[in-house]
Design a protein around this ligand. Sequence first.
Ligand code: SF4
Length: 384
Amino acid sequence: MKIKKTDHMQYMDGMEAIESDFMEKVLTAMKEYDYDQYSSRDVETALNKAQLSIEDYAAILSPAAMPYLEDMARKATAETRKHFGNSVSLFTPLYIANYCENQCVYCGFSITNKINRATLSMQEAEDELKAIAATGLKEILFLTGESRLKSGVEYIGETIKLATKYFSTIGIEIYPLNTEEYAFLHSCGADFVSVYQETYNTDTYELVHLRGSKRSFPYRFHAQERALLGGLRGVAFGALLGLDDFRKDAFAAGLHALLIQQKYPHAEISFSTPRLRPYINNAENNSKDVHEKQLLQVMLAYRLFMPYAGITISTRERAGFRDHVIGMVATKMSAGVSVGVGGHSEEQKGDEQFEISDERNVKEVHQMIRSKGLQPVFTDYIRV
Ligand code: SF4
């Protein structure tokens, strides 16, 4: 099959361009970020400050900070307690569709992968929502592949409306939208939007996104701003750690989030820290391994740089690691997860996006959080 290569730094037809110089700022700073130039002294200076500058952030993300993880963890725990008390929010993701028109080399949903594809009907979606709500959860995150054809904005809006009957907080992790589409989903009941840039290295971005609308780097980059302009309450950022140089990607994601926070002070900001996981048909792809200690460093750096930002830890990570980072740095965790389409009320309809590590149900995760002297929270928000 012939693939028509589009320019990954251009917008495509129908994509809204907004006035913003954040992309240039982030990409320039990332290019200049040479983490090898930082010393233990720079790290110590950063750790002695109440509020970290961008330079301090660069230092604690550098290899020189690796021997200071315990100090960082102590400081991070104090910051987390200060801003979030001892609460840990729980949510579950629900895949409502896995059709995708993009070809991303690292994903099981990629258009060229021969997997079982499905979209939940409204009845099936409601059955899933009821089954999840019965576990006590009050926050849900809707996910789809990126297909405007098979899981269009109207369809997503309808499922969100259904979800408002059962959940007080609704997040969406779908393809990037224009401002008025975000406003529409907000009017249906969506509160949060997660868009992960995957990698901020535009050359790597081009290499791993071979086809489809996801190839447009700038459209994806400006999604959080469009979401906030559309009235959403919060936005989440993240790089897929391991796709490229994780230190540079984490540096860029932190800076991206900071700029948005400064321009939209009312916005609730959060981070996710996904690492590459095994996925269907990935034999020929080599991920740049990011070890747990390095993952921890990234999480600690996010916390110290933006102490009031939420940090989510997903079931991609093993139970022991997840248990270790809540309270210290992570403020939100998923539980009772199925990464296929459906799978909560009946058998799942479509194949998974990637493999998960922590398969504990909501009750088990709830108990674990309590056993650590922390407070599991189902909702901190009332829909009126
Ligand atoms: S990462 Fe997203 S856009 Fe890319 S193939 Fe997977 S579901 Fe589709």
